[in-house]
Design a protein around this ligand. Sequence first.
Ligand code: GDP
Ligand code: GDP
Length: 448
Amino acid sequence: MPRQSQSLPLVAIVGRPNVGKSTLFNRLIGRRQSIVDSEAGLTRDRLYGQTDWRGRTFAVVDTAGLDRQARGELVENTQQGTAVALEEADAIIFVVDVRAGLTALDTEVGDMLRRRRRPMVLAANKAESQKDEGYLHELFELGLGEPTPISALHGTGVGDLLDQVIEVLPPADELLDDTTDADTLSVSILGRPNVGKSSLLNKILGDERSLVATIPGTTRDPVDTELDVDGRRVRLVDTAGIRRKGVTKGGVEHYSVLRGLRALERSDVALIVVDATEGILAQDQHIAGYAVEGGKGVVLVVNKWDLLPQEERDDKAWRRKVDNAFKFIPGVPVVYASALTGRRVTDVIPAAVRVAENRRRRIPTPELNRVVQKAMEDNPPPTRKGKQLKVLYATQGKERTPTIVLFVNDPDLAHFSYRRYLENQVREKYDFAGVPLRVLMRKRVEER
Ligand code: GDP
Ligand code: GDP
């Protein structure tokens, strides 16, 4: 049966530094810090996330910031970010600072947007008084239509802005992807620039005698490649994007981080490639974090193993590093590989297949209740304000990402650390390696 999976529309926020892009992003995504970020010890802002408005879900990204983050640079590049947005986004929010008026950089970005017409809305940020709105007329000079006054800081006007965003987004049925069926496992290859994604892909495909098909996309849609791995269909998502190297005129590497995140949305399992010679960087953690937040399975590929001096080729030491950096995905499978020499490359896809199987694991309710009960007897939850957490019933939800639902007397009594304890107890009994496992608490009134 064809699975009607849908790729999420992508909305990019562009504009020069300091106009309020990240303030707007935080307002759209919600400010709460993600558990992934805090566990990974990441303090930098998140730059990619999902939101919905009037029943439509879409991904939002601060393009310039995302690119900077992926490269580990400090200064964002507005033109480059805009070029990436023009290439990859379904709609653009162009933010200007109404109080500062138009600067040369605003005009330059405006020119880029005008030349390559894409669905866009113009946000006149920091419009908080009558006087601020008096400057609006200046923004008409951009030739990009009527600006919408907003205050990202206070939230005024943001609803109007989102109404316009929804209006310019492509209709939902244009984003339908009906070429995958439920038995196909979709795998994306992600990582910072130059870690070896494209080399790895070439090696995988080069060694693969089981190439089934290349599925052409439309001009905006990526090209995928299908493999048959021991009777199992595996689809490598956006192989064209990973391969398309070279730098375009604006200095943008074509396989931008953003394109990788789009591929991530369409996949079940992400191969996160890191460069062994550089160790695990914050940017790598960010990328893995996006995969985990998206509920995807993860396999870590520590690439360029051949470049490590002999004494550093130490699986155990690397395992410790990995466990420490990726606490939010305990026990993630790791392949220590070299796309150059081919070392362990043939292990990569089978590892993804195993993770996909883990992700489909369903625990029978009676068994799950026994595991949870035993865990609570072994290590009872601490009391809070004289009350103790009670779990009345446990079950696994129907979500595609494994989700344990606990019906409890009072969800507020469940500390994050206790939730993590229960998660780990379940992980000890069942193989969920490489899979985010969610533990949700729902209130259930006790019967007397
Ligand atoms: P970015 O560099 O474009 O991401 O800009 P930021 O979101 O970091 O904002 C730059 C500065 O402008 C910060 O000091 C924000 O607090 C401030 N700012 C952002 N939005 C607003 C707004 O709507 N009103 C006012 N008054 N200040 C804002
Ligand atoms: P991408 O930007 O992530 O797609 O990275 P590429 O596949 O283009 O690789 C970047 C550079 O690293 C190229 O010069 C590759 O030849 C080199 N490279 C990739 N994988 C390996 C590896 O396992 N070992 C060594 N020594 N070099 C590698």
